[in-house]
Design a protein around this ligand. Structure first.
Ligand SMILES: Cc1ncc(COP(=O)(O)O)c(C=O)c1O
Ligand SMILES: N[C@@H](CCCC[NH3+])C(=O)O
Length: 417
């Protein structure tokens, strides 16, 4: 295992930790997601250790990969969770996560979701609008509860990332404008069933520079100083997630550099620091294993048609995202430039474009850096069952989600009478 990935070649065969991917394909079939327990553990520990003595809570962003085995692994390491739905709350509780380490983000929390989170006694609601605050106060009142609240501020910082995953610009739907924060905090203080206790922001995902994080943190600290003059006692600052990983040529800060820069910016301020990393914890820990069905050579292009598709890994189709594609067994011969595509009936169904590969029918390919926003964004488009998920731990591969049987896909449908 090297720094970048738990996947490496041994005598021309790609391995996940100590298990060959060819063996995993033979046992569990393809396509399937393969994760490394060691990689997730070491990423979590890198975050945790980098905080040193700074009081902190790492809240894994469940949306990045919500498999129960992954949540359970992280809970066991001491992680908290950032959830954005009642469904994610249920997963966290089912996986043994601690509600007292759970924060609830999202612009559209429903009454039912708020009720479940209050009933579970979560650590904090990251409130994203004044109306949400009022609804939360009403529901908490009906339930005889006090809702712990952090206001999510939109700091208007350019995260310099793909526009679809930039969240901290004033045009974005997320958070409360910084100019409104003092007024809404004053309101929160007056509401009988609200306990204001934190301040938070999240400026976007796949950030590869440290500067926007620091700019946002400084804006939050300025705001905090202004709130203090109003007599508001805030005990934690949540700086969200967003640390990027290397998919191709990016060089994001390391986990340690990132955490140290955040702690240094916050300095001696007596605040508990929360972060909500998703991708940086699980992204490099997973790959999508797929098999070449057919090779098609046309006058215009060479196609490698594989058994995985955009419904299994949406990022290339949705964001034009790049994922490295590696052969599971290196073979000699001359390479050709391939469009690596799936069987779905969309021209946008590609996993990689213009990839130089030496291929034969039935070869296995590994689509790298697919541990985050891979399975969690998958769908059943074209009535394709969601793929299996496997977690490797040393010499052993565990099935952590079985491939969906087709009948699950239409089980809730009814014919007309
Ligand atoms: C509120 C919130 N927190 C945390 C994250 C996790 O982001 P990332 O996976 O980029 O660390 C997201 C997703 O961008 C988010 O919306
Ligand atoms: N789905 C995005 C990340 C979104 C983060 C959610 N706020 C991706 O695959 O890169």
């Amino acid at each position: 295992m090297n720094d970048r990935t738990p996947f490496c070649y041994r005598q021309d065969q790609l391995f996940a930790e100590s298990v060959s991917l060819a063996d995993i394909a033979a046992e569990f079939g393809t396509p399937c997601y393969v994760y490394s327990r060691a990689a997730i553990t070491s990423a979590y520990q890198a975050f945790d250790h980098a905080f040193g003595n700074h009081d902190h809570l790492i809240c894994y962003a469940v949306k990045a990969n919500s498999n129960l085995a992954i949540l359970n692994l992280l809970a066991g390491l001491g992680s908290g969770f950032d959830i954005v739905s009642g469904g994610e709350l249920e997963r966290v509780l089912k996986a043994g996560g601690d509600p007292q380490k759970t924060v609830f983000s999202g612009v559209g929390k429903t009454c039912e979701e708020i009720q479940s989170a209050l009933a579970a006694n979560i650590f904090c609601f990251n409130v994203e609008s004044e109306m949400e605050l009022i609804v939360l106060n009403e529901i908490a009142g009906r339930m005889g509860k006090i809702a712990p609240v952090s206001l999510r501020i939109n700091p208007d910082v350019d995260a310099n990332t793909h526009p679809y995953i930039s969240t901290g610009l004033k045009e974005n739907k997320f958070g409360i404008p910084a100019t409104e924060a003092e007024r809404i905090y004053a309101l929160a203080k007056q509401l009988p069933h609200i306990q204001p206790k934190g301040l938070d922001c999240h400026i976007g995902s796949q950030l590869t520079e440290i500067a926007p994080f620091i700019e946002a943190a400084r804006k939050m600290l300025d705001l905090l100083a202004r709130l203090k003059t109003q007599g508001l006692a805030i005990d934690h600052l949540d700086l969200g997630g967003g640390l990027g990983i290397r998919y191709q040529q990016e060089s994001p800060p390391t986990i340690t550099e990132y955490v140290k820069a955040l702690s240094a910016t916050v300095g001696d301020t007596p605040l508990r620091l929360l972060i909500e990393p998703g991708r940086a914890l699980v992204g490099q820990a997973g790959l999508l294993l797929t098999q070449v069905q057919y090779l098609k050579h046309t006058p215009a292009r060479n196609f490698a048609i594989v058994d995985a598709a955009m419904n299994d890994l949406l990022r290339p189709a949705l964001y034009h995202a790049y994922h490295e594609i590696l052969p599971v067994a290196n073979r000699p011969g001359t390479s050709a430039s391939y469009q690596v595509v799936g069987p779905v009936c969309e021209t946008g169904d590609f996993l990689g474009q213009d990839r130089h590969l030496t291929l034969e029918q039935n070869d296995l390919l590994a689509i790298m850096s697919a541990g985050a926003y891979g399975m969690s964004m998958s769908s059943n488009y074209n009535t394709r069952p969601r793929v299996a998920e496997v977690m490797v731990d040393g010499h052993t591969a565990h099935l952590i989600r079985a491939r969906e049987p087709i009948e699950y896909l239409y089980a809730l449908e009814n014919l007309l009478p």
